[in-house]
Every structure is written in C-alpha cells, then in structure tokens.
Design a protein around this ligand. Structure first.
Ligand SMILES: Nc1ncnc2c1ncn2[C@@H]1O[C@H](COP(=O)(O)OP(=O)(O)OP(=O)(O)O)[C@@H](O)[C@H]1O
Ligand SMILES: [Mg+2]
Length: 279
C-alpha cells in the first residue's frame, strides 16, 4: 500500500477545488534554496496551472534574474530603475507571467487582507520571500492589530482560493499568531524544526541542497526528501531599490517579457473574480 504522505508534495502545487487555497511556510538556513524553491513553484503555477501569480519584489531582484516571464509593477509614489507599470491601489495582474510587485511593507499587509476577501472562483498564487518583513514578531500599535487581521486572512485564503507561499530563515522572527496558521511547512537544509512538529531535527539535518521535507501541520510528513532543481539564470544580476518619487520616472529599460498569449486581467475583476476571464 502507498504511504499516506506520498501525495503531500503535490498538494503544495496542484490546486484542489475541494480543498481550496493552500498556505505554505518555507523554512531554511541562509542559502538553503528557499528562493529557488519558491521560484520553482511559481514556474509551475505560471506555465502549467496558468494561475495569476504575484511575487513580492525585493532589492536583490531574484525574480528578475531567474524567472523568464515577468511583469514589474510599482506602487505610485515610488519608482524603480526598471519597471513596466505604475499602479495606484492594486496592480493589474497579467496571466502567463510572474507579476512582480514593488511596494512598501504596509501596502503588502493591506493587499493580503484585500485578497482574503476575494470571491474564490479562480485560484491565484502569492509568493512572499523574506516574510518576516511583513509579519514580524514583536510588532506594536497599528501593525500589531493589522497582523491580527492578517492571521484571520490566512485562514480565509482557503476559501478565497489564494495559494499563499512564504519563506523565511527563522520562524521565530514571524508573529506567532500568523505562524500557526500555515497548513504546510517545508523544511530545507539548516531549518530549525517548529514546536510540536512530528519531523525530527536529525532528519532535517540530513538534507542536502536541493532537497526538502513537507509537513502537513502537526501530522504527516514526507518520509523521503523531495528534490527540486535550481532555476537557471535568465538575466544579469541587478538591484532594484524601491525609491520614493513625486513623479514616476520613465524607466530606461522596460522588461515586459511576458508569454505571447498573456491576457491582462483588469482590476477589480481579479479581486472580485467573476470567472469571466477564465481560460
Ligand atoms: N535545488 C538546488 N540545487 C542546487 N543548487 C541550488 C538549488 N537551489 C538553490 N541552489 C543554489 O543555492 C544558492 C542559494 O539559493 P537561494 O538563493 O534560493 O537560497 P535562500 O535560502 O533563498 O538564501 P538566502 O537565505 O540568502 O535568501 C544559489 O546560488 C543556488 O544556485
Ligand atoms: Mg532567498
């Protein structure tokens, strides 16, 4: 008989309408492949599932370096050396490419709350690398309250059909109210086992680069490590620093390297999805 953990890794990427959106926390030491794993999942979502995919843009611009088809959105009031479109409230997501969004951390909190209220008629995926910036432990004031809302939003993602993938080096840097909402945990080399996890630290310690363990929170986990490849370089390394700007500057270089059949999904359809744009 097949062991019950066999289908675990595929649950991370294969959307099941009977279950809804998945929430996935990727843990691993510095350089353990967290970003490459997120990019691998994003590639499956963009090219195979053809889901709308949102990626949080960061200074080191790894999506730019490693993802073939990207579309860079920047929040109005800010600018970047390279971008495709400025948005005022929410980005207009494109299909067939990774929507890399550059915006300040507090905007991300609002966006995630907004997405949690979406009517799930079509699955989408959101990727947040270095998640501790968005949901830090020991927050104060307004952020503390917003994180309370985010913890509720995480639960709502399932019905809103938002697949939510985040990565961090150290789970203790993330607010505990949010930490315990993730249904899947992925351990990469050097990860520290979470409390009450059935996965032993010794098992994690045997992982090599390019391998991971998936745990369904507190229950089953993959009995043999799962392998994934590194993403090949597609563009030169650059840094994309989000800068404030009164007037958005016209970028010298536009990226717009999206798949030929991409279709822009206008706001607000992507949030309040009618399914009309479904392929
Ligand atoms: N599956 C893999 N197989 C082999 N090498 C890999 C794999 N994934 C990533 N690497 C290599 O490991 C290095 C680190 O990968 P990555 O940037 O994804 O790690 P990280 O955990 O995100 O690191 P950081 O903590 O710095 O954010 C990269 O140079 C990459 O080429
Ligand atoms: Mg990384």
């Amino acid at each position: 008989m097949e062991p019950i953990w066999r289908g675990l890794a595929s649950k991370l990427v294969n959307f099941n309408p009977n279950y809804g959106g998945v929430t996935v926390l990727v843990l691993g030491a510095m350089g353990s492949g967290k970003t490459h794993l997120l990019l691998n999942i994003a590639a499956k979502k963009v090219y195979e599932a053809r889901e709308l995919c949102v990626w949080r843009g960061l200074l080191h611009a790894q999506a730019y370096q490693y993802f073939p088809d990207i579309f860079i959105h920047v929040k109005s009031g800010y600018t970047l050396p390279v971008y495709d479109e400025v948005f005022t409230m929410w980005p207009r997501l494109r299909r067939g490419c990774l929507n890399v969004v550059y915006a300040p951390d507090d905007w991300w909190l609002e966006y995630l709350l907004e997405l949690s209220e979406r009517v799930g008629e079509e699955p989408m995926s959101v990727f947040i690398d270095e998640f501790e910036d968005i949901a830090p432990s020991y927050s104060e004031g307004d952020t503390w309250h917003q994180l309370q809302d985010l913890s509720r939003a995480l639960r709502a993602f399932r019905k809103a059909w938002v697949n939510f993938y985040v990565a961090t080096q150290n789970w203790e840097a993330i607010d505990y109210r949010i930490l315990n909402k993730f249904v899947y945990r992925v351990y990469l080399p050097g990860a520290r086992r979470m409390r009450r996890s059935p996965v032993r630290q010794a098992y994690i310690n045997r992982l090599s680069l390019g391998e991971f363990i998936v745990e369904e929170r507190g229950a089953i986990f993959t009995g043999t490590p799962v392998r994934f490849p590194p993403m090949p370089h597609v563009r030169k390394p650059i840094k994309l620093k989000l800068m404030s700007a009164k007037e958005p500057i016209i970028p010298e270089e536009k990226v717009v390297l999206v798949a030929e059949d991409y279709s822009p999904v206008p706001y607000p359809k992507q949030l309040i999805n009618t399914g009309a744009d479904r392929r």
